[in-house]
Design a protein around this ligand. Sequence first.
Ligand code: DGL
Length: 263
Amino acid sequence: MGIFDSGVGGFTVLRQVVKTYGDVPCVYIADTARAPYGEKSPGEIRLIAEEVVQWLSEKNVSALLVACNTTNSLALDVVKKISNLPVLGLIQAAAEMIYEDRVGVLATSATVSSLAYTKEILLNKPNTFIVEQACPKLVPLIESGNLDTDESRKLIHEYLRPLLAAKVQAIIFGCSHYPLLEPLIQELLPKNIRMIDPAVGLSSNISKVTGLNKVPNDIKLSYRNTRVYTTSSPNTFAFRAVQWLGEIPSVELISLRSKSCFF
Ligand code: DGL
């Protein structure tokens, strides 16, 4: 499985994959040199997607998991054009998970501007009321690893406020980084609001395109078959992996910049 994101956000997808199918071989790219993607222009996001997918397609993976909503929003066509592999995204998976009438989406600025979530949800459930909230400060916060602070709570509260005012019944983590904030968000949300992690739906869909068998849900998670590649500071990234996966994987430095070196 080839999994890619700008940083640690894709771990939320990797975690679900391993939880669902066991320690399957995965190649994980964290393009940390260019994170956050969510504040870049659509043109930059599309060019970056091209480079990442070209690199991953040469890695003998069975499917591509777009573990980044920003890429999913603005460059899914690019990903599908470059690769002959099955491509699975988070946004369609999320839309399939919704049964509520009033839904909030927390996402990056680029994802929110694209309205990709609103469009996909309305395709499935045309009468849904949707409110999208951009959260530009969350990815840098999560990448810093320093989450459990009053500042973080204040920030999350600010971003949740419009969704609560709109009386949503469910909130989608429309950026793969945000499930890492789930304990903090849970503290601030009324119990009757459901949190939706699109990675759960995406993982479940993998068996339909790869024939992988699901494993019992009480297995101990292990990532021995995951190879991690990053575009900057492999040591820092290995440290983050321990924080989120509980294991220290081998992390290799790669360079993906070809056309996008002017960003
Ligand atoms: N985790 C990615 C997403 O789901 C990218 C976030 C970013 O780099 O801004 O959108």
